[in-house]
Ligand binder design. Structure first.
Ligand code: AMP
Length: 357
């Protein structure tokens, strides 16, 4: 399969009625925020939805999409009949974490012949841990050590699996024996894994927006993850021997966080460095929202263990803006709204093609 070219997408965009653009996404993840933000910016909205989820999106009138496209399986988005319906509505797709998970990065690059906000090439880099590591190291960021072979494990490590599965089945191991026991326990034998040094510190996730229209990188917010069962375990460390449970890192929610102001200099630089090196990795580089996931050590060094190159669920905390976004915008600015603002400004300046691929 060959990659969908930018020219093919530009041809579709050229045929669009720019006064009747519809913002569309799959009803999951950050869809409420994306629809709410699109409505605030005056766009029509369309939710690609499984029948059982429709009720959720009808329950919040200010974020309810103007139109539902019901599908039994999200794969249907790849069919030519659905493509035709979406193109008729002048749809621009906003990809989020569940969108990438359900459709798959390869399908997005090769088979989703619809205009997507941002740069579709990024998903290949985000979902392949080797490419992702190469990118982040090229940006000069500090990353956790990685162990190629289980026999090399000489410290506490976290074993992770590919794809945005919200920390599912991740486990800790101190040596090769514990690695094999863990793989057996989570039923992951034969699956692709990454063995990473477990970095002890405070988790911090930064939400950036790279605006190619305004030519600046905005820090829109930050969060930390609320994870089960690790959050429960740290509350009773003195009883850890009694509970007979291994720590797990299943994301169940997000909590807001604000950092010491003196750390902002490093945080802004991380965003800039990642955008700069993305341009060396793939044509045009990162466009729009992205999140850098870090552990801040007691020496106040950021160790980066992941990038999400699209809107992240932690931004749902800030549907009405964050302390940082309020210093950038006089009106409530969520990441969802910021995406639609970028599309709107791009249309006004005749630059839509530069924020869509
Ligand atoms: P991820 O899927 O990479 O976002 O990781 C899910 C969770 O696992 C994170 O939110 C962290 O709590 C934890 N985690 C992942 N990698 C590391 C690491 N190298 N050191 C410490 N904790 C980690």
């Amino acid at each position: 399969m060959t990659e969908i070219s930018k020219e093919e997408i530009d041809e579709i965009l050229e045929r669009y009625d720019k006064k009747r653009i519809t913002i569309a996404t799959i009803c999951s993840h950050t869809a409420l925020q994306i629809f709410f933000g699109a409505k605030q910016e005056g766009f029509k909205t369309l939710g690609i939805c499984r029948p059982e989820m429709k009720r959720v999106y009808e329950s919040f009138p200010l974020a309810k999409p103007d139109k539902f496209l019901l599908v039994d399986d999200y794969d249907e988005i790849l069919s030519s009949s659905i493509h035709a319906k979406l193109i008729e509505d002048n749809v621009i797709i906003v990809p989020h974490g569940s969108f990438v998970e359900y459709i798959g990065s390869k399908n997005i690059c090769n088979n989703l012949l619809l205009p997507i906000f941002g740069n579709r090439l990024v998903f290949e880099w985000e979902s392949d841990r080797k490419k992702e590591r190469n990118w982040l190291l090229s940006a000069g960021l500090r990353m956790p050590l990685e162990f190629k072979n289980p026999s090399d494990i000489d410290r506490l490590v976290i074993v992770k699996f590919h794809g945005a599965k919200g920390g599912k089945n991740y486990f800790l191991a101190k040596n090769e024996e514990e690695f094999h026991q863990g793989m057996e326990k989570v039923g992951a034998n034969g699956k692709e894994y990454t063995i990473q040094e477990y970095v002890v510190g405070a988790n911090l996730y930064f939400h950036y927006f790279n605006s190619v229209i305004e030519n600046r990188i905005e820090l829109l917010g930050m969060d930390k993850r609320y994870e089960s069962n690790i959050e429960g375990i740290v509350r009773i460390p003195h009883l850890i021997n009694k509970i007979k449970k291994d720590p797990s890192f299943v994301v169940v929610g997000n909590t807001p966080v604000i950092v010491r102001e003196s750390l902002l200099q490093k945080i802004l630089k991380i965003g800039e460095d990642v955008v700069k090196s993305s341009r060396d990795m793939f044509p045009k580089g990162l466009i729009g929202p992205f999140c850098i996931e870090t552990v801040c050590t007691e020496d106040l060094e950021f160790v980066v263990f992941e990038i999400s190159a699209r809107i992240v669920a932690g931004t749902n905390l800030y549907m009405f803006g964050s302390p940082y976004s309020q210093l950038l915008y006089k009106e409530p600015m969520s990441t969802g709204r910021r995406i639609s603002r970028e599309i709107k400004t791009a249309i006004e300046r005749g630059l839509l093609s530069s924020v869509v691929y």
